[in-house]
Design a protein around this ligand. Sequence first.
Ligand SMILES: [Zn+2]
Length: 237
Amino acid sequence: MSHSGTTGGQPGPQRTTDRAPAPSEPARAYTELVAGNRRFVDGAPRHPNQDAGHRAAVADGQHPFAVIVGCSDSRLAAEIIFDRGLGDLFVVRTAGHTAGPEVLGSVEYAVTVLGTPLVVVLGHDSCGAVQAAREAAATGTRPPGHLPAVVDAVLPSLRRAEAEGVQDIDGIVDVHIAQTVETLLGQSPVLAGAVAQGRCAVVGVSYRLAAGEVRAVAAVPAGLTTLDADPAAPAAA
Ligand SMILES: [Zn+2]
């Protein structure tokens, strides 16, 4: 609603502001996100909602249309890869998109207080956190400091990948993304309830560092990923 609330006049040449209201349904939110990623991949970003007028318009309140639970990797900047701007995305990032209590609380805040209709788990190929966990598990070593918290959070995904016969790192990443989707829903009855009521959806996507594109890996409800514009990405488990 705040998108169209600018009163300063819209000069003709200004093309950076999306006038469409933020999508309030899960499917539309996902479509919007994928469309932004496609602009980024194509090298034709619009940089919506990054102008001074929009900055002022959203100062009084936020209505982000998607929560991003992403890896902290510096090459995974959410607003850039989805071509969005201020007030669009509620972003929570940890190494390896591990989902501890603060992450769950942040997601629940966005979904319940802000009414955000979509939660996206954003992982990527060659994820260092997944690789580090794999190394620690293989060698039986414990990394120093608080790093074991990250490693331990990834271990269930490693075990699941092993049980499924998945051995390549990017396949393991996909498993970890799907596992994170399940963790969010399993650990947060609040989120699961919103999904059951159709007010929210949870999608796991994998980002390719070189190509810049996202590919759906998991979704609840499952039908949402069929909206993925990439015909080469069949809905996975
Ligand atoms: Zn990563």
